[in-house]
Design a protein around this ligand. Structure first.
Ligand code: GLA
Length: 714
């Protein structure tokens, strides 16, 4: 039965919950593990942080409940908002059960007036990530009034010593731009209304003491495992603790609970670290890697045809490209957009997932078979949530559009995007159509990998005369899961005009994200760095693009593009049949290097050693036992100083000696002609203590150069 205080402890994280007699429990602490506290100590801790008399405030509770509301004396954004008969409803929760075991706390409470039952679960899972689940069920009998859920968000308190807020912004081909501001006063919410995370997805709200640093400092972050509209929030109100939270953004009238109905809110991940942002991402990576569904096979070196041929599909040339790819060591061949009925450009055919025989007279089987024969996996591009008006599907079923039909018929340009519309997958007929077509192709061709694209926002989505975003998202997750369960081993990449859908909701099902449509390695250094805050390198697609980037026009060395690709699930998006012999030889040696290093890169702790000059980007991948590490060292601009900094190799074991090699399989990094002795020799052996504390003199490089350092304990 209920104890007055509950202590959850796991993986260096601690939570203390006070379960008072009336109302919902309150969290007194979320952060460091405090060690096992006795009941008396917990009770004293409760007194230690108890209410002081503050003039000019309500007589209500000092500590906020798990779902802060006005009756807590809370003037910030409520944890949930409910409406009955069109009128705001203030619940009075009475706890009916609570239980704490295995670092998890589950609470059930009931509000008599509305007959709603609330269940909240807080659990410290692998890596120390605190996951919250919240659900509302209408427990009333037939005829009881319906209750609209306007929102049901998860919140946890953070110390009021936090002084900065970090979140993310972006645009197409420049995703995950970090923005750090001073802690804003009052209630601050950022909301996405795109029906996908979007290129400007907040990704996280991170509260930190001072500006966040990579390797140290206390940070508290939150992320919502949901791929559609969401709210990220922080409340710094002067008469209460600071509250961090997130939840699904529901549209008015979207979610109405009738008796018997239930709403399970998307899960929210709360991550605390005293080791800065690297500590925070380390916890999320450990959580992801502990899942049963985490990809465990070696991440194949991929060739994707998009920037190689775009819509210009010629079977013989593509088969020859696959053969060349295989001979260079590539392991997965992905045919991108342009293979289906009438799809000669991006204005038609979405929804008709049938091979275009005018382009592929013998179908795709000859290509798929050749790819398999060559020992590679075969991947194919789909955009299952979309429909072009110029398609057999839209002509046969205009009622399957997830938009107001009258507006579509009137040619309302606000609804069109890349000439395409959204298919209402919550409609059983539309769902069955898409599932049937994709399923047939996966079976027929032995597709190993689907690049699942989603190239537009959802606008004025209506399903069954209600806002249709929530239902659409659940249908999409179900469709992905159904395909994976029908085809063992099938992998899915989440792409959305690049990285507009890279959240932990879609990653509960998918195996990889496409981080960005920018293959410019300079942009990628930052896009991948910040995508990596959530996702470990094995889940982030990172390809070597053409010499001159198609998204920026910038020309970069092959070594730079390859070093940047090594930072993720590597591959190519380039017509390598136009490469000369020297380039092909480098591609082959890069393939060997990737295969050698990926067991380390894809299981490593990711670190960002301190470096002062903003021209450098250094990312380290350190083995769990610190026996080896890889550092990708890159410049994104000209150095400030003539004599550049030393690089201290973070993460190494001070007690061991390491042989550090410059891995030249990707070619040379170019710069001034006098380089440090160790760099021209290509290797050096030193104690970990010296590498970590004194560091290695970096060579002065030109802008946009990169090299790979590989440290192994000797
Ligand atoms: C989106 C994707 C690209 C490519 C094209 C195809 O833009 O992000 O990688 O697949 O669609 O149309």
């Amino acid at each position: 039965m209920t104890r007055p205080f509950v202590q959850l402890r796991a993986h260096g994280v601690g939570i203390v919950i006070d379960t008072p007699d009336g109302g919902l429990p309150r969290v007194l602490h979320w952060g460091e593990d405090l060690g096992a506290l006795s009941d008396a100590d917990l009770e004293a801790l409760g007194r230690g942080v108890s209410r002081q008399t503050a003039p000019g405030t309500l007589d209500a509770a000092w500590h906020l409940s798990l779902s802060p509301q006005e009756s807590d004396g809370w003037t910030g954004r409520p944890g949930m908002q409910l409406r009955r008969d069109g009128v705001l409803h203030h619940p009075r929760w009475v706890e009916s059960a609570s239980q704490a075991e295995n670092a998890a706390f589950v609470l059930t409470a009931r509000d008599e007036a509305s007959a709603l039952v609330l269940e909240i679960r807080i659990a410290i899972e692998a890596g120390g990530v605190v996951w919250t689940d919240a659900a509302l069920r209408h427990d009333g009998g037939p005829g009881a009034p319906a209750v609209e859920v306007e929102w049901l968000e998860s919140t946890l308190p953070v110390p009021s010593t936090t002084s900065n807020l970090t979140t993310f912004d972006g645009r197409w081909s420049r995703e995950k731009r970090p923005v750090t501001i001073g802690m804003p006063p009052g209630s601050t919410a950022r909301q996405t209304r795109r029906g996908r995370g979007g290129h400007d997805h907040p990704m996280m709200f991170i509260a930190s003491e001072g500006e966040p640093r990579w390797g140290d400092g206390r940070v508290w972050g939150v992320h919502l495992a949901w791929s559609s509209d969401s709210t990220y929030r922080i409340d710094r109100v002067s008469d209460a603790v600071t509250v961090l939270g997130t939840g699904e953004l529901l549209r008015p009238g979207e979610l109405v609970l009738e008796p018997g109905d239930e709403y399970a809110a998307p899960r929210a991940a709360f991550v605390f670290s005293e080791e800065g942002l690297d500590g925070l991402s380390g916890r999320v990576h450990r959580w992801l890697r502990a899942r049963d569904v985490h990809p465990r096979t070696a991440r194949p070196l991929t060739l994707n045809t998009w920037e190689a041929v775009y819509f210009d599909h010629r079977p013989a040339e593509l088969i020859a490209l696959a053969e060349l790819a295989a001979s260079a060591g590539i392991e997965r061949f992905v045919l991108d957009d342009g293979w289906f009925l009438g799809r000669r450009d991006d204005t038609t055919s979405l929804g008709d997932w049938v091979i275009d025989r005018s382009v592929w007279p013998d179908g795709l089987a000859p290509l798929a078979e050749r790819v398999h024969e060559l020992g590679m996996e075969f991947g194919l591009w789909f955009e299952p949530e979309m429909v072009s008006l110029d398609s057999d599907l839209a002509r046969a079923h205009p009622e399957w559009l997830l938009h107001n039909r009258a507006h579509v018929e009137a040619g309302d340009p606000a609804l069109s995007w890349r000439s395409q519309y959204v298919l209402d997958l919550a409609d059983a007929g539309a769902y069955a159509h898409v599932l049937g077509q994709i399923d047939a192709l996966v079976a027929e061709l032995g597709i190993d990998f689907i690049k699942w694209d989603h190239n537009r926002d959802l606008v004025e989505s209506v399903h069954d005369r209600r806002p249709g975003l929530h239902a659409q998202m659940l249908a999409v997750y179900a469709l992905m899961a159904e395909l994976k369960s029908r085809h063992r081993g099938l992998e899915i990449e989440s792409c959305s005009s690049g990285g507009a859908r890279t959240d932990l909701g879609v990653m509960a099902i998918c195996d990889r994200v496409w981080a960005s449509d920018s293959n410019d390695p300079v942009e990628r250094q930052d896009i991948q760095r910040w995508t990596g805050l959530l996702l470990p390198p094995e889940l982030v697609g990172a390809h070597v693009g053409p010499t001159e980037s198609h998204s920026s026009g910038r020309t970069t060395d092959l070594s730079y593009r390859m070093a940047t690709s090594l930072m993720g699930s590597a591959g190519f998006e380039w017509d390598i049949s136009g490469c000369d012999d020297a380039e092909l030889a480098t591609i082959t040696s890069f393939a060997g290097l990737y295969k050698e290093l990926r067991p380390l890169l894809h299981s490593a702790r990711v670190v960002h050693p301190d470096i002062r000059d903003a021209a450098w980007r250094v990312t380290g991948y350190v083995a769990d036992d610190s026996a080896a590490a890889v550092y990708i060292v890159a410049t994104v601009a000209a150095h400030e100083d003539a004599r550049v900094e030393r690089l201290r190799l973070g993460g190494l074991d001070a007690e061991r000696r390491y042989r550090v090699r410059v891995r030249r399989e990707i070619g040379e990094a170019r710069g001034s002609w006098i380089v440090p002795e160790w760099f021209s020799a290509g290797e050096i052996t030193l104690p970990g203590s010296a590498l970590a504390r004194v560091g290695l003199q970096l060579p002065a490089l030109w802008p946009m150069q990169a090299f790979v350092l590989h440290a192994t304990a000797v």
